[in-house]
Design a protein around this ligand. Structure first.
Ligand code: SF4
Length: 321
């Protein structure tokens, strides 16, 4: 089983939602329900996608420029973002998700919007707002001169690098923990820095726990290909910054050994709750309608899997355990 921060959060919102995404959905499944769960797992809301677009532009265009010690220019950055924005929206508007034998990984401009799938495509005002957020996020980023200077001085910048490590749960089951920080920065004369870009209008939640998990994953990934020597590094050494790109705000986190221990215990407990749903069953064999659901049906409103999960308009279907 693979545990990640986003899987843990999805499970906490609704175990069945996690189960549809992580266990039932399979791209090559012969069972139409499993193939359908896979396709539904690819749906994004307009608001979550515009954040991913910003992440991709930073990873593919801002970081390479910083790596060679140059300042990125705003105009060309906005031009590539706009081109990508339009290509993805054209893909989503044509609802190409439903083309026969669709394989998302073969389409660089793949986008499937939940709003289109439900027959209520985003309004022009929403589309304009989403693009405005992309512009604001990138404009604010390029004005964060102190952060950009710091990154330009890094010996190594790794955007969206997957970190994985194995741990054993209290019951003896192995689990793989996976984390993908937005940016890892390594310096010759300073501890590593982890940066997480956020494109949130309200930015009310803090991501301290997510960043702490990245620091744990980095320390435990010592020895993996492409990473510098981390043998003497401890989680408290790692600098953690959350960058709220719409709020134009940097949040630095300082955590103690006890914080890290508590977070590690919480993660183990989260993984055990997931594992309990899989126990004694082959992956994918459990009837998803026997998996517990959220008790707050407002959660279902934005859920990708509602069409599979619900019994018409009545609410979630339940099978016999
Ligand atoms: S529709 Fe509701 S109950 Fe069903 S998986 Fe989604 S969030 Fe859970």
């Amino acid at each position: 089983m693979v545990w990640s921060f986003s899987a843990g959060r999805s499970f906490d919102r609704c175990p069945r939602r996690w189960f549809f995404r992580s266990v039932v959905g399979h791209h090559a499944a012969k069972d139409p329900a499993r193939r359908e769960a896979y396709l539904l797992s690819k749906l994004d809301s307009l608001w979550s996608w515009r954040g991913r677009l910003v992440d991709d532009v930073i990873a593919n265009h801002v970081v390479p420029t910083l790596t060679v010690g140059r300042d990125p220019d705003l105009a060309p950055l906005l031009a590539v973002a706009r081109e990508s924005h339009e290509a993805h929206l054209a893909f989503a508007s044509a609802h190409r998700l439903r083309e026969a034998a669709m394989r998302p990984s073969q389409h660089p401009d793949f986008l499937a919007l939940l709003e289109v799938e439900r027959g209520a495509p985003p309004s022009d005002a929403d589309l304009a707002k989403a693009w405005g957020d992309v512009e604001t996020a990138l404009t604010n980023l390029l004005a964060m001169h102190a952060l950009l200077e710091r990154l330009k001085g890094a010996a190594l910048l790794l955007p969206q690098r997957a970190l994985t490590y194995k741990r054993t749960l209290a019951g003896g089951e192995p689990v793989t923990v996976r984390a993908v920080p937005d940016l890892l920065a390594f310096f010759n004369d300073a501890p590593p820095l982890i940066v997480d870009w956020k494109v949130h209008t309200h930015a009310a939640t803090d991501y301290r726990e997510q960043l702490a998990g990245y620091a744990l994953a980095l320390v435990r990934s010592d020895g993996q290909w492409g990473l510098p020597n981390l043998r003497r590094l401890t989680p408290t050494d790692v600098d953690l910054i959350e960058v709220q790109l719409l709020k134009d705000e940097l949040r630095s986190y300082t955590l103690t050994d006890e914080d890290f221990r508590n977070i590690d215990v919480d993660r183990g407990e989260s993984a055990m709750r997931m594992q309990a749903l899989l126990k004694d069953r082959s992956k994918g064999d459990r009837d998803p309608y026997t998996v517990p659901t959220t008790t707050d049906l407002r959660t279902c409103e934005g859920c990708n899997f509602r069409a599979l999960c619900w019994d018409g308009l009545a609410g979630p279907r339940y099978g016999v355990t």
